[in-house]
Design a protein around this ligand. Sequence first.
Ligand SMILES: Cc1cc2nc3c(=O)[nH]c(=O)nc-3n(C[C@H](O)[C@H](O)[C@H](O)COP(=O)(O)OP(=O)(O)OC[C@H]3O[C@@H](n4cnc5c(N)ncnc54)[C@H](O)[C@@H]3O)c2cc1C
Length: 298
Amino acid sequence: MAPRTVLFVVFLIFFYFQGQLLQVQALANRFDLDFSYMKSVKNATDMPSEEEYDYIVIGGGTAGCPLAATLSEEHSVLVLERGGAPETQPNVLSVDGFVANLMQEDDGKTPAQRFTSEDGVANVRGRVLGGSSMINAGFYSRADNEFLSKSGVDWDMNAVEKAYQWVEETIVFDQSSLAVWQSAIKEALVEAGVIPDNGFRLDHVVGTKVSGSIFDGVGKRHGAVELLNGGNLRNLRVALHAVVEKIIFSTVSSSRPTRMVKGGGYCARVWNSPMERAVHVKRACAWEEAGDSWGPQI
Ligand SMILES: Cc1cc2nc3c(=O)[nH]c(=O)nc-3n(C[C@H](O)[C@H](O)[C@H](O)COP(=O)(O)OP(=O)(O)OC[C@H]3O[C@@H](n4cnc5c(N)ncnc54)[C@H](O)[C@@H]3O)c2cc1C
């Protein structure tokens, strides 16, 4: 083999393994659940009667948690989540609880809320901090590039790439060693012509692939809630058992915060936003006694 060819092959091998190494390094590799976000979490009933935030995120779910964490880097953020804390719901924290969660009778407080879609299909959705990422099957894949290009959004692809990397380093694990039933499904798909067999890949590709999982190697679930830890927890407040029932938009602007009255509900306000906004939240235990009136008024 000519020296140049040898050099080329050596480079090729180096880059191949470097690529493999980078992919492995880019995934999460710890096995402890990280509850640091709990420093920012309170029950809605324990919140002060009057507060101001730059942003209020309604729903601390799969999308809400990373959004709130990102905003909290430079702004004060309130997350209003109707469900409770994951640590009070052991079934959402491990793969062993997956089926039990879905089978549980819905008592209005369970982490999986049963509902029927408009086209009549029985389904469930998350009702816990971390949202449906705390009850789902944990399969992780990057989005289809075609979806991004056709979405009508002018994506900053560098920011998209960074976001993928953040999520993958924090809560996505390499689950490429498959259980017997998983291997059987994968082989069946390939045999049925869903090809090529792409092996382990995080990106969206045509064919069959093994992708990442938010379950780690010992079966613990690392839901989107752990992405809150990536924010500035000093800027972040999460109110639990806070069911948002109404958002009031007003065109009246004011140079100082409008007074908010503590009543049957909790009222949070976005300060100095272009349009005055207020959010009425049903406080878990106090609302019913307060009757049907929108307790706190601005
Ligand atoms: C059984 C199951 C398995 C799945 N498996 C996978 C999978 O393997 N891979 C995958 O990618 N996807 C899977 N999905 C889908 C995926 O989990 C969801 O698409 C995704 O989590 C939705 O994210 P979201 O942020 O839109 O909503 P959610 O994560 O559901 O978050 C919404 C949040 O808002 C809160 N909320 C709702 N209403 C109010 C209110 N009025 N006031 C205050 N808070 C409120 C909820 O409690 C919840 O926390 C699965 C879903 C289910 C149900």
